[in-house]
Design a protein around this ligand. Structure first.
Ligand code: AHR
Length: 658
């Protein structure tokens, strides 16, 4: 009897085991990677960056200037300054004709002194031991020299560092001083005090930069933020927008010629993100253009990315102003087209050409070797192609080597989108810019978006995209959906030549739009989960796509799995990118045709997090970050258990495809 019960028990156990194995087997996703025949080449521009001065991304962000409203040109001339004593604004006999206002300080009957304080961008960030370069243009009110006390003041009002400068004579001259901060303070301020009663002085372009900017350049960029960009290893860099390019009105559009030449004389522009969202207004948001087109080309060169400038096509932002009075008439487009031709000359022309000479005078005699230009940002309707055409005609005839990017409007589908594409094909644009800010379900459903795109026509530039969850946080869920979708971008590298997440930067205290790729405050940088996804794709971009299928079809969510793979023909590495969007683990069996016979050690980067809402923060910057390990696999066939809700990149040794 005992024996019988035990036999039945064993049989039941065996049956259970068989059933479990069967279930597991049924769930196992079979993935084939064909490494014998590399498919489309991957463009070096595939994984790029998109920069716009939104969320205080330039002034108060990447541009390292610490003084806000340094030229007293904001509409409220003393905005960002606290003044005491007798302080007034003037513009007669200015120091800079295109930024004519300056401040006059007079120390007359005040009990203490006359002076100014600047609070920077939500404070001035100082680092202990850091050196800071102060400068101003000034002139004394009379023949007697005027001494000014320059102080760095900490958040609790301690004077952290002080220097004196003495203005001599009635002519404008530049004065400089270097101050060293003994302490770290994210909310310091700059104070300027007059020393002698009875004196007066005019001051303009009051500036403070950390000595340690990126590559220690004067008028430089914030080192830690540039490093974060460089670490992505981007192949493309789009600039300066975005809606910034269009302007709310045609007069407030971005004009690149205002952004080059001596920085003191670059005319200020109001930033449209100052007022565009009624619930997140920033009345003190202006564009100094200190980070202008020269600095942009230089930065692109530094980080090894092809620059992609975007120019206004003669239209202001259609969301804000879509009536004809706010667009330039087609017959008046001459100066706009001239701007485009001159920009190419500024970037590529010989130092003997007018714009090439300016580039050379600014410090870069060699051309920047510009290859691409975009005309128009998010344009739609008939007005756009009729304006784009004369740009294309002129650019083709004067600069036939430059590839032209046109727009398909602000949405990834619909009547305007279809019309935009039809027109871009008719006009023979080289690439078409598509934008999508969409929810997670859209990203998952669209991983096959480009599988059937026409390979013969213009190529795709996915110029602005980000997954927007309900909370619009930079959550792990958003990053995972982007990672899954990006397998489709990679698989379709034959037609997708450029991409960029958007927007790039956001200051924690001053943002208008989220999610964003990189967050920062005055001293710290936080990389989002989406940042790491972009970085993994770009770092392990490979050179050619490998056909990767499950039952003969691309992996676009079978069992929750999205996958693509590439080979790097220079190193022989096969690189697999796999997103498991299911909340349970998944088993995948990989067969690599042409893979290594024996076993090999693979590097693996795993991005996973228990909670979809998990995000990185100033307090916990590394909460969601890739972990690297090594696993031993057979180069031809291996099983992988894919962690729930995870994205991983596997680099299969240095094996040449055979
Ligand atoms: O990235 C933010 C904005 O989104 C861009 O300025 C614009 O092109 C898009 O509508």
């Amino acid at each position: 009897m005992k024996t019988t019960i035990s036999a039945i028990g064993t049989a039941a156990l065996l049956l259970l085991l068989l059933m479990t194995q069967h279930r597991l087997f049924a769930q196992e996703t079979h993935i084939r990677v064909d490494a014998r025949k590399p498919a489309a080449a991957i463009q070096p521009t595939l994984w790029g960056l998109f920069f716009e001065d939104i969320n205080f991304g330039a002034d108060g962000g990447l541009y390292a200037e610490l003084i806000k409203n340094r030229s007293f040109e904001f509409d409220n001339r003393l905005m960002a300054w606290e003044s005491f004593g007798t302080v007034s604004i003037h513009e007669e006999n200015p120091c800079f004709d295109r930024n004519p206002r300056y401040v006059r300080l007079s120390f007359t009957n005040e009990l203490n002194s006359t002076g100014l304080e600047n609070r920077g961008f939500s404070g001035i960030g100082l680092k202990a031991g850091g050196k800071y370069r102060f400068s101003l243009f000034g002139r004394a009110g009379g023949e007697t020299p005027v001494t000014l006390r320059i102080q760095l003041v900490g958040r609790s009002n301690d004077i952290l560092a002080a220097k004196e400068i003495t203005l001599i004579g009635r002519e404008w001259r530049q004065y400089r001083a270097e101050l060293e901060s003994p302490a770290t303070d994210a909310q310091a301020r700059l104070r300027i005090l007059m020393k002698e009663r009875g004196s007066s002085a005019d001051l303009d372009h009051i500036s403070l930069f950390p000595a340690k900017t990126w590559k220690e350049r004067p008028n430089g960029l914030r080192e830690d933020l540039v490093q974060a960009l460089a670490d992505i290893k981007p192949g493309l860099f789009r600039f300066p927008g975005g809606c910034i390019v269009e302007g709310t009105t045609i007069d407030t559009r971005y004009q690149w010629k205002n952004s080059v030449g001596p920085v003191e004389n670059r005319p200020l522009n109001i930033n449209r993100w100052n007022y565009i969202f009624a619930h997140r207004r920033f009345p003190d948001y202006y564009q100094s253009l200190g980070l202008g087109f020269y600095e942009y080309f230089l930065l692109s060169e530094d980080i090894g990315a092809e620059p992609l400038p975007v120019l206004n096509c003669g239209m202001s932002c259609q969301f804000e102003n879509n009536d004809d009075r706010q667009h330039c008439k087609v017959e008046n487009l001459g100066p706009y087209i001239r701007d485009a031709l001159d920009l190419v000359e500024f970037a590529n022309g010989p130092a003997t050409s007018p714009w090439g000479r300016l580039r050379s005078d600014m410090g870069h005699p060699a051309p920047f070797n510009l290859k691409y230009i975009a005309i128009g940002n998010e344009q739609w309707g008939e007005r756009y192609p009729e304006r784009l055409k004369p740009f294309i005609d002129s650019l083709r005839s004067y600069h036939p080597g430059i590839k032209i990017v046109g727009s398909s409007g602000p949405y990834p589908d619909g009547k305007e989108f279809d019309y935009g594409w039809q027109e871009m094909k008719r006009l023979k644009a080289d690439l078409v810019d598509e934008h999508y800010y969409r929810p997670p379900a859209w990203f998952l459903a669209n991983a096959g978006r480009y599988d059937n795109y026409d390979r013969e026509g213009p190529k795709v530039f996915a110029g602005e995209y980000a997954c927007h969850t309900d909370s619009r946080k930079n959550s792990f869920e958003a990053a995972l959906c982007e990672a899954a979708f990006m397998t489709g971008l990679e698989r379709n590298a034959a037609v997708v030549h450029m991409t960029a997440y958007a927007p790039l930067f956001a200051h924690y205290d001053n943002w208008q739009w989220r999610p964003d790729l990189i967050w920062f405050d005055n001293l710290r940088v936080v990389k989002t989960p989406s940042y790491f996804v972009q970085q993994l794709y770009s770092t392990f971009s490979g050179t050619h796509v490998l056909t990767t299928t499950c039952e003969g079809r691309p992996l676009t969510g079978q069992n929750g799995i999205y996958a693509s793979s590439v080979i790097d023909m220079k190193t022989g590495e096969i690189i697999l990118k796999i997103a498991n969007t299911a909340t349970e683990p998944r088993k995948a069996l990989f067969r690599i045709r042409g893979g290594e016979k024996g076993s090999l050690v693979a590097d693996r980067y795993l991005l996973a997090s228990p909670g979809g809402e998990d995000e990185n923060s100033l307090e916990e910057p590394g909460r969601v970050a890739p972990e690297k390990d090594q696993i031993t696999l057979s180069g031809k066939q291996f099983s992988l258990l894919l962690e729930p809700s995870s994205f991983q990149v596997l680099i299969l040794g240095k094996q040449a495809a055979r």
